[in-house]
Design a protein around this ligand. Structure first.
Ligand code: SDX
Length: 443
């Protein structure tokens, strides 16, 4: 009768071991019993970039990369994009269930009434260079929020945790908009509590001399959907940072700043900005074959393509591609869409991309919409961070409430120098030439 176990034989000793298989995994710690002698530390796993390592048990987001499936708390992403609002989805991610009308009204009230930031934060923003990247400003000011809420350090108090989560979801758009206004040399626009989450963000970005900003309903809806699509994505790089930094029991503002820093990278949340730069560099559909040839020759990557988990079309990219045309109807077409569509068509027929299962991801089309909305490229990862804040916080809370979790501290394979003594400087070679760092020999 089949058993949920793995039997391994250590050929160094001839011993066999039976390891339990749970949820398709074996526990790394179960390998430590496999030793060649009493003073042998025991086997570890070696998995650079965690390509095949589950770091946690989670009940928030499910992805089937081969089938292109994404569900938040079991609900398919396309249903949520079509039927829900971002704050409804934020509640779902954090609490695990869709809110009742009363619960949603209370959640929306809590978020709406936490959108303001201390004036010192706005003044802090003034200290950045006129051309500071807004993602650098967001990362810094989210971290600075930790100094305004010392009560946030009690990460084991459920009420305090929930208050900080409300504050962070609410204040991310305000910080993002302040960063945008700073870059434009414009005065900050304070939150308008009469507007929706997305509408208020648009007002803080674009309000000028008019008495009250009226968001374009199509743009407001599209932005809310984009926040939903970016809200969570299981253990991606920035969520891993949120969990890892949060595992030290630091306050959630500092952990969120770490997640923002990870998202800033061009291979992660910065890819939507790089994808637009790539489309602009291509310039015309006629130049696509030459560009593809360069990528296949190892000269750069197709930004917005490929994914560590999706080996099929990113379901978010499908929704965004459709959403783009709804935005274009409202604000005018972004001509880059034609290059993007043709680039996708050509790439998906090319063996290089097909063999590597490279498909458009969430970042391939999102920048085209943001640009059509009038946002500059360096704001794109900032918008990603606004949507993802709910997911980061839901994952942070789940980590803190997981009895199996503790401070994250991986092991290593040491291949450095063996024991050696300090050499007094007088005895070192006077013709000293800096030695190149010895490469880490990958085992
Ligand atoms: C996000 O993890 C998440 O969930 C992230 C995210 C989220 O919601 O949080 O989904 C958001 O970050 C989406 C990804 C955005 N990044 C980009 O679009 C940047 C371009 N894409 C890549 O650099 C790449 O695809 C990654 C980083 C997304 C995934 O890289 P992997 O899984 O580490 O794959 P790899 O780098 O090992 O590549 C495997 C092969 C390599 O070729 P060979 O060495 O086998 O010859 O595929 C090639 C790579 O060169 N490849 C690409 C490519 N991506 C991978 N070749 C050309 N263009 C690309 N985009």
């Amino acid at each position: 009768m089949a058993k949920d176990t793995l039997t391994v034989t250590d050929n160094r000793t001839g011993k066999s071991y039976e390891l339990p298989v749970t949820n398709g995994t074996v526990r790394a710690m179960d390998l430590r019993q496999i030793r060649t002698s009493e003073d042998d530390f025991g086997l570890m796993t070696y998995d650079p970039a965690f390509t095949n390592t589950a770091s946690c048990v989670s009940r928030i987001t499910f992805i089937d990369g081969d089938k292109g499936i994404l569900r938040y708390r079991g609900i398919p992403i396309d249903e949520l994009a079509e039927k829900a609002t971002y704050l409804e989805v934020a509640y779902l991610l954090i609490h695990g269930e869709l809110p009742t009308r009363t619960e949603l009204d209370s959640f929306v009230h809590n978020i709406t009434f936490h959108t303001m930031v201390h004036e010192n934060i706005r003044e802090l923003m003034d200290g950045f260079r006129y051309d500071a990247h807004p993602m650098g400003m967001l990362t810094s000011t989210v971290a600075a929020l930790s100094t305004f809420y010392p009560d946030a350090t009690d990460v084991h108090d459920a009420d305090s945790r929930m208050l900080q989560m409300h504050r962070i979801v609410a204040k991310m758009p305000t910080l993002a908009a302040f960063a945008y206004r700073h870059r434009r040399g414009l005065p900050c626009v304070y939150p308008d509590n009469e507007l929706s989450f997305a509408g208020n963000f648009l007002a803080m970005l674009f309000k000028m001399a008019e008495r009250r900003y009226q968001p374009n309903p199509a743009v407001e809806k599209a932005l809310d959907v984009l926040f939903i699509l970016h809200a969570d994505h299981e253990q991606n790089c920035s969520t891993n940072a949120m969990r890892g930094v949060g595992s030290s029991q630091v306050d959630p503002y500092s952990a969120t700043a770490a997640a923002c820093a990870a998202l800033y990278g061009p291979l992660h949340g910065g890819a939507n900005e790089q994808a637009i730069r790539m489309l602009q560099e291509i310039g015309s559909v006629n130049n696509i074959p030459e560009f593809i040839k360069k990528v296949k020759g190892g000269e750069g990557r197709l930004m917005g393509f490929g994914h560590r988990v999706y080996k099929n079309y990113d379901p978010r990219a499908k929704v965004i591609k459709k959403l783009a045309y709804e935005v274009f109807d409202a604000v005018g077409k972004n001509p880059l869409i034609d290059i993007a569509i043709e680039l996708e068509r050509i790439a998906l027929e090319d063996e290089y991309f097909v063999k590597r299962k490279l498909y458009p991801n969430v970042d391939f089309y999102s920048g085209i919409i943001y640009q059509a909305m009038g946002l500059p490229m360096d704001m794109f990862p900032v918008l990603f961070a606004i949507g993802r804040s709910a997911g980061w916080l839901a994952q942070w809370r789940e980590m803190l409430e997981d009895d199996e979790q503790k401070i994250a501290r991986p092991r290593q394979i040491y291949l450095g120098e063996e024991l050696r003594s300090y050499v007094p400087i007088s005895e070192r070679d006077n013709g000293f030439v800096a030695k190149p760092a010895r490469p880490t020999k990958t085992p």
